[in-house]
Design a protein around this ligand. Structure first.
Ligand SMILES: [Fe+2]
Length: 147
């Protein structure tokens, strides 16, 4: 279980890094840079929330076999590969937004699907919140696409 939460923290940290890099990309307009920066700091605060949960729930967290490590592994793999894409390869706003949406869609599977499987109420609520945040990010990104 501890490993699962560590992995969850890792995807938030990678996401924060990815958004930070997208915010610095030359093909991204000033207004979209602002959006990416905000998303980057959202992800950083998600990582911090997971940290707090570790500390509060260390002895309390039980292993629940239904938790999907498979979706977490997929999300880590995708985030790692996105983190490695060089900035020059991201040549348009559309491409940057699409990468971010793809990433958030993978994260929803980790958060929303697993939120039902925690006995610990605080963990269940946190994963529910993280899933809501992913969806909110997707909506924000889609609205940037329409502009
Ligand atoms: Fe997040």
């Amino acid at each position: 279980m501890y490993k699962f939460l560590e992995g969850c923290k890792k995807i938030e940290e990678l996401a924060s890094e990815i958004y930070h890099r997208l915010a610095e990309n030359d093909s991204v307009s000033q207004s979209l840079k602002k959006v990416f920066s905000q998303l980057s700091s959202d992800e950083k605060s998600h990582a911090r929330s997971l940290d707090l949960i570790f500390q509060a729930a260390q002895n309390d967290v039980k292993h629940i076999p239904l938790i999907s490590n498979e979706s977490l592994e997929k999300a880590i793999e995708l985030a790692e590969s996105l983190a490695e894409i060089s900035s020059e390869k991201i040549r348009s706003e559309k491409m940057a937004i699409n990468l971010a949406i793809k990433m958030e869609n993978e994260f929803v599977k980790v958060h929303a699907n697993n939120s039902l499987h925690f006995e610990n109420v605080r963990l269940a609520e946190l994963f529910q919140m993280l899933g809501d945040e992913d969806r909110r990010h997707i909506a924000t990104l889609k609205s940037c696409m329409d502009n």
